[in-house]
Write a protein that binds this ligand. Structure first.
Ligand SMILES: [Zn+2]
Length: 422
């Protein structure tokens, strides 16, 4: 359904959202649209622009200890706590115009729409531009949401980017106060709601207006090392070889097969990828002696991940054994559990979609978001809007103006419902 086809008076303005988004997208490194890397001069220029937009909307802006830009709209009841909305304004290199910024601008539009209608919420409303959601030059993602939720490890502040600046120095430079970041999260938050582009094809292919996100998937990375024997590729007969890459090729196929078995078994959303291979010595005239594989699997449910690994790892051992290759290492490099979102908030978003006559579907998020960290300290949920052809993290990233406005409408109604407690 298009926004303009909806009956009645729309509280949110599709045009305002669009013009803000395009203006922010215009703040980009010259010659490589759309690039606004966290901590860079363009990032700070984008933030200065955002801060002005916050002020113009009647929000009181400040930068918190963790370097998040926050616009506050005080509520009528100081004891009611805070409803926080937002996402991030930093981009990947050569990124798009919507990833992150859509959530920040829609949050701003909701604050604007409330004021325009003369609505004062009981809760304080905060619009948050979370610092450095994308993996920054420090090698860390979600810096701001980690800091705000008490999840930033103190030693992370000593991380350095290639030019030598530490994260501590960088957060200070942009107006934060790293010495005040603590393991104690904020206790006034009553909800975190984040609109984001889907970055996938579930909504586009089904022509669904909005996705109601029920969880963010857990991500497990496994390192597998296969050791064979490097030999002369011309003089070693085929039957005498111990080719580690040949075994690795079978493992790659097995990773896919094991993921498909989880889906067939009804384990829900499941994806697995062998995205990185390091072949040694990696030369045309040498039989590969050693291969390191990085396998990454994502699942919305923890037992499914365990079943995947219990299924895959014995098969990897068998492949190595059958080929006379040594499985020299096989261990989990990292293991983040799924983040379930709040059923009450999910229901509220669903109700808002239904009330506005929008088609909607419940879905997990296959990508990480600031919402994952917020979900540890406050009820959290997300709204996805369609991404054309699922493209993201590239200049072709696209969402229609009307699609953004429909997502904003869902969020607007959910905020009102949440504030009124009905
Ligand atoms: Zn994002």
């Amino acid at each position: 359904m298009k926004a303009e086809d909806r009956p009645g008076n729309h509280p949110v303005s599709a045009d305002r959202i669009w013009s803000d988004l395009m203006n922010l997208a215009g703040i980009t490194e010259a010659g490589r649209p759309y690039t606004r890397r966290s901590f860079s001069p363009k990032f700070l220029e984008g933030r200065a622009w955002l801060q002005e937009r916050f002020r113009a909307a009647g929000l009181f802006p400040h930068v918190d200890a963790s370097g998040n830009l926050i616009g506050r709209l005080p509520g009528s009841d100081p004891d009611a706590g805070t409803i926080a909305l937002g996402s991030h304004s930093d981009t990947v290199p050569d990124g798009g115009r919507f990833d992150g910024t859509a959530g920040v601008i829609v949050a701003l539009e909701i604050a604007r729409a409330l004021r325009e209608r003369g609505i004062t919420l009981r809760h304080t409303l905060e619009v948050i531009d979370c610092l450095a959601e994308e993996v920054s030059e420090f090698g860390l993602s979600c810096v701001g949401s980690r800091g705000l939720t008490g999840a930033l490890q103190p030693q992370s502040l000593d991380l350095r980017k290639p030019d030598g600046e530490t994260l501590r120095e960088a957060i200070t430079r942009i107006g934060g106060d790293p010495d005040r970041i603590t393991a104690t999260p904020r206790d006034d938050l009553r909800a975190w709601l984040e609109l984001h582009i889907e970055q996938g094809r579930v909504l586009g292919e089904g022509r669904t207006d909005v996705g109601i996100v029920t969880s963010a998937v857990g991500i497990t990375r496994v390192e597998i090392e296969l050791t064979g024997m490097a030999d002369h590729a011309g003089t070693t007969p085929m039957h005498l070889r111990h080719d580690a890459l040949l075994a690795a090729a079978e493992v790659v196929a097995e990773v896919r097969a094991a993921a498909l078995r989880r889906i067939e078994a009804g384990d829900g959303y499941f994806v697995a990828t062998t995205g990185e291979l390091t072949v040694t010595p990696n030369a045309a005239n040498v039989v590969p002696g050693h291969v390191r594989l990085l396998v990454e699997a994502r699942s919305e449910n923890r037992p499914a991940m365990e079943r995947f690994l219990d299924d895959l790892l014995p098969r990897v051992r068998a492949i190595a054994e059958a080929q006379g290759i040594t499985l020299s290492s096989c261990h989990r490099l990292s293991d983040a559990p799924p983040a379930p979102f709040d059923p009450g908030l999910v229901g509220r978003l669903e109700e808002a979609a239904r009330k506005n006559g929008l088609s909607h579907v419940r879905m997990p998020s296959g990508a990480g978001h600031d919402a994952v960290f917020f979900s540890r300290i406050t009820p959290t949920a997300m709204v996805f809007v369609p991404s054309r052809a699922g493209r993201s993290h590239c200049p072709e990233e696209w969402t229609e103006k009307e699609e953004l406005a429909l997502g904003a409408l869902v969020l607007f109604d959910a905020v009102l419902g949440l504030d009124r407690g009905n």
